[in-house]
Design a protein around this ligand. Structure first.
Ligand code: HEM
Length: 396
């Protein structure tokens, strides 16, 4: 690893080498270079990252210094992620009622039905690609139903979300694919907003109707911000859950001892999901815009810089986690950052947890065992996940 010096990268934050190699780099960086410099593979812009848990926590708890509203990859800002106080808490407050424990609990029968419909054919066949046939459709079907959209739209949403996932472009064809998929996702979101304007729904039960009736500083929320918020939820609400499910399924497929333990102790599944995702976190890193000159762990960072918070590295920090490189299914306490922390901590976490619990519990209960029958396909991009998990499945 290169010495830290102006102009020389310490690390590639978009590193997509195999997962174990990635975690080895995190370990070296946390010890020797906790705020490494990288360069964005597309723009060439310098990017710093925080690798240690406590530094990550300091950044996430200080939205005045480490902000989000100035940073957007798209032409319209997408709250609540791309938003700062005082706007951010007003949008969060409006959306929060949809994700309270009782609201999410009321959705559980729907999650169960969708899980059953997807697992039935896979279990009957005794084999199949669990990434393509299960983790890919489930979260998009759940999200669309949750948002009052037809579940059948899932394949359209999924296809375009895959193509807007951040990757380093290596050809004009990839850029064109990205631009087309981005336009489709905005169109879909725009149609949702226009539909609720033409056919008003109850703001207490419909997320888009709720946004259309939300006020910011006493005035109706700007229509572009409504659109941006819908666009964010349409993206954030399924992709990470797909990858979280894939990570859990891959882990269990390669650890039959963990599989057996959870089959015998179903009450342990909830904590096990948290630990598997701490061990291998789907959202590896997220950026912030630095508003004022700061120093973190002895590294000066100038106002205007982009600073990434590396959740995946923070989740292996030995200052916080005992034996961090082991997956200990009943780890307690487990203050991981899988869903972020601070004001931008994941809004949809209760729904994601429910889908994962229902989905993985069913898979374990309905099988005697499952394991890889071929090479898993690694997902494109710098977040962690799989796009193919070929499995043998032994029905219970
Ligand atoms: C296992 C699945 C999921 C994971 C690992 C995950 C992870 C995250 C993380 C790490 C953040 C913080 C980003 C940051 O600080 O920059 C976040 C924010 C967010 N997530 Fe999730 N997420 C998941 C599922 C969901 C679902 C199902 C929804 C919606 C239905 C959702 C909606 C959001 C939203 C709206 C935000 C932005 C919150 C804000 O800025 O106030 N996520 N998520």
């Amino acid at each position: 690893m290169a010495e830290t010096e102006a102009g020389a990268a310490d690390w590639d934050f978009q590193d997509v080498r195999d997962t174990d190699a990635r975690y080895d780099s995190y370990k070296v960086l946390r010890r020797r270079c906790p705020v490494p410099l990288s360069f964005d593979g597309n723009t060439g812009a310098p990017v710093r990252s925080v690798m240690r848990y406590r530094d990550a926590q300091d950044v996430l708890r200080d939205p005045a210094t480490f902000a989000n509203s100035k940073r957007t990859r798209m032409h319209i800002r997408r709250p609540p992620l791309e938003s700062d106080p005082p706007e951010h808490p007003q949008i969060r407050r409006a959306l929060q009622p949809f994700w309270t424990p009782p609201a999410v609990k009321a959705f559980e029968p729907t999650s169960r039905r969708l899980v059953r419909e997807l697992l039935d054919p896979l279990i009957a066949a005794g084999e199949g690609d669990l990434a393509a046939g299960f983790s890919r459709p489930l979260p998009a079907q759940v999200l669309l139903t949750f948002m009052g959209q037809p579940a059948e739209d899932w394949a359209y949403i999924k296809r375009h979300s895959d193509d807007v996932r951040p990757i380093i472009f290596t050809s004009q064809a990839q850029r064109d694919l990205y631009a087309n998929a981005d336009a489709e996702m905005w169109d879909y979101s725009r149609r949702m907003v226009e539909d609720r304007e033409a056919n008003p729904r109850d703001p207490k039960t419909d997320i888009v109707a709720c946004l259309l009736s939300t006020e910011i500083d006493g005035a109706p929320m700007d229509r572009d911000l409504v659109l941006g918020t819908v666009r964010l939820i349409i993206a954030a609400g399924h992709d990470s859950t797909t990858q979280a499910l894939n990570i859990c399924i891959h882990h269990l497929a390669t650890r039959p001892d963990h599989q057996d333990h959870l089959r015998r102790n179903p009450e342990a599944i909830r904590a096990a999901i948290e630990e598997i995702l701490r061990y291998r976190s789907p959202v590896t890193t997220m950026p912030r815009h630095v508003n004022t000159d700061v120093e973190i762990a002895g590294t000066a960072i100038a106002a205007g810089s982009i600073l990434h918070v590396c959740f995946a590295s923070a989740n292996h920090d030995p200052e916080i986690f005992d034996r961090p490189d082991e997956c200990i299914l009943d780890r307690k306490p487990n203050p991981h950052m899988v869903f972020g922390q601070g004001i931008h901590g994941c809004l949809g976490a209760p729904l994601a947890r429910q889908e994962m619990l229902v989905g993985l519990s069913s898979l374990l209960q309905r099988t005697k065992g499952f394991g890889l029958s071929g090479e898993p396909g690694r997902m494109k991009g710098h977040h962690l996940g799989y796009d193919a998990l070929p499995m043998w499945i032994e029905p219970a």
